[in-house]
Design a protein around this ligand. Structure first.
Ligand SMILES: C[S@@+](CC[C@H](N)C(=O)[O-])C[C@H]1O[C@@H](n2cnc3c(N)ncnc32)[C@H](O)[C@@H]1O
Length: 465
């Protein structure tokens, strides 16, 4: 951080509310931490890569996170485009530890909602913790950000992760539907100042107040959709008690929730806090104490469900728009492309595969939410041909029988720039272009040319070095 930004930071620190039981932030330590460059960390996709990089230091509270020694140009790494890893700030990876220590699995698959999910760091993490028959609804209210979210979850490759583009209050139509809810709320973002010094200019006590009110509104809108005994993980990247411990007190007081403690190792240097009124446990990550940015997380269990209307899932099933009687026949054609059991859906001549266990969820959710990613988009049927969707290329469920052509790094990057590659490939027709065994996208090889089907708006725009 530059001197001018450090001076602004110095002026703001005393204005940030004291932490219950701990007092004000230690100015000298905060300033010293903000003079350092933040570490870069990534989290592997266990469905795509074996976690086998013991030479890199592990993020202590994560199974798949590691710190890098320098920040590479991720755009120029084909593995990034293949969804082999996600670039994620280390403190946020604590969501894994919180999930594993608070969510109890029964026999029934879990339904999980990530309410404020874009760009998808915590959704890709949650996805890696789920079983195939669990369902993750990853939601983002801002449309453009929901598209980025869908892109990142597409790279991650799982059929059980769907993306919706809804306001939190829309989830009121789904009373007691979810077993787990992550609310990584919009906040003042003070914990990320080291990465984004411009955000210092937006900080004010009024903005803290505004964020705190919005956080409560989001929680009040969404929590009716959590089941009794369901788990809420509430997170921010703010240092303000008004956005953290005071919101926790409000949750206990108004939302029928009880706080859950999360065991943490002393060596991790996470600061445990207790809210003033209801003694709710909170976990603070301070960059001057550990290798990560500022972060806060608290966990709760829903004690009792409020009086509910008839649950939406008991509604008479709505006749599905686009429900297609031919779907059964077409299943056979798509079977050749997938390695798992799936149910087939057709919408506007586009075909989608969802886990067979999620058919009822689809019938219920489709009319209630604006779903932007439904399972895995498979593609289109064009007479005898099939035009496979890009989502299928990145899917972990793609059949091993689908023809593949391996590319070296240089060729892979040209492909990702949407250029014609491997023109002399003797095998014709649709093939998946792979890099280090992972799918990057589709190409169709014709006798005298190659058509590159990599999506135009995803292509690498920078110069290759
Ligand atoms: C902290 S960010 C989420 C980061 C994300 N969970 C991740 O790990 O990549 C908060 C998100 O909340 C969204 N948001 C902003 N205002 C909102 C509102 N009123 N209701 C719900 N979400 C909102 C923002 O667009 C943003 O994507």
């Amino acid at each position: 951080m530059e001197q001018a930004a450090l001076a602004k930071l110095s002026a703001i620190i005393p204005q940030i509310s004291a932490v219950p039981g701990l007092g004000h932030l230690p100015e000298a330590a905060v300033i010293a931490a903000h003079q350092q460059v933040p570490l870069t960390s990534i989290r592997y996709n266990p469905c795509k890569l074996n976690f086998s990089q013991p030479e890199l230091p592990a993020v202590p509270w994560s199974s798949y996170g590691v710190y890098l020694t320098e920040r590479p140009v991720f755009t120029l790494d084909p593995l990034f485009h293949a969804g082999a890893y996600y670039v994620q700030e280390a403190s946020s990876m604590f969501v894994e530890h919180a999930f594993k220590n608070t969510v109890q699995r029964g026999e029934v698959p879990l339904r999980v909602l990530d309410l404020c999910a874009a760009p998808g760091g915590k959704s890709t993490l949650l996805a890696s913790l789920l079983h195939e028959e669990d369902l993750l609804i990853s939601n983002e209210v801002i449309q453009t950000r929901a598209s980025v979210l869908a892109e990142n979850l597409t790279r991650w490759g799982q059929m059980n992760t769907w993306v919706s583009n809804n306001d939190p209050k829309d989830f009121a139509k789904l009373p007691e539907y979810f077993d787990v809810m992550l609310i990584d709320a919009p906040c003042t973002g003070s914990g990320l100042w080291r990465k984004d010094a411009d955000a210092l200019d937006e900080w004010s006590r009024d903005h803290v107040k505004l964020c705190s009110e919005r956080q409560k509104r989001i929680l009040a809108d969404a929590l009716p959709a959590l089941k009794q005994d369901g788990v809420l993980l509430y997170a921010t990247c703010s240092y303000s008690a008004e956005e953290n411990e005071m919101v926790c007190d409000w949750i206990c007081e108004n939302m029928g929730m009880e706080s859950l403690k999360i065991p943490v190792e002393t060596a991790w240097n996470i600061t445990e806090t207790v809210s003033e009124k209801h003694h709710a446990a909170g976990y603070r990550f301070y960059p001057w104490q550990l290798n990560g940015e500022g972060f806060f997380l608290a966990a709760f269990r829903k004690k009792e469900a409020a009086e509910q209307e008839e649950p939406a899932r008991k509604q008479k099933k709505q006749q599905q728009k686009g429900g297609n009687p031919k779907a059964k026949d077409e299943t056979q054609r798509w079977k050749a492309w997938l390695n798992n059991d799936f149910a087939l859906i057709e919408k506007n001549e586009e075909w989608y595969g969802i886990h067979a266990a999620h058919k009822k969820d689809y019938e219920l959710l489709q009319p209630l939410l604006r779903i932007k990613k439904t399972g895995t988009a498979l593609g289109k049927i064009a007479g005898k041909d099939i035009i496979p969707d890009h989502e299928l290329a990145l899917s972990i469920h793609l059949s091993g029988d689908v023809k593949r052509v391996a590319a070296d790094k240089e060729t892979a990057l040209l492909f990702l720039k949407k250029e014609e590659v491997l023109k002399d490939n003797p095998v014709k027709g649709w093939q998946l272009l792979t890099y280090e065994g992972l799918g990057l996208g589709w190409g169709k090889w014709l006798p005298n040319r190659m058509n590159n089907y990599f999506p135009k708006n995803w292509r690498i725009r920078m110069e290759l070095r």
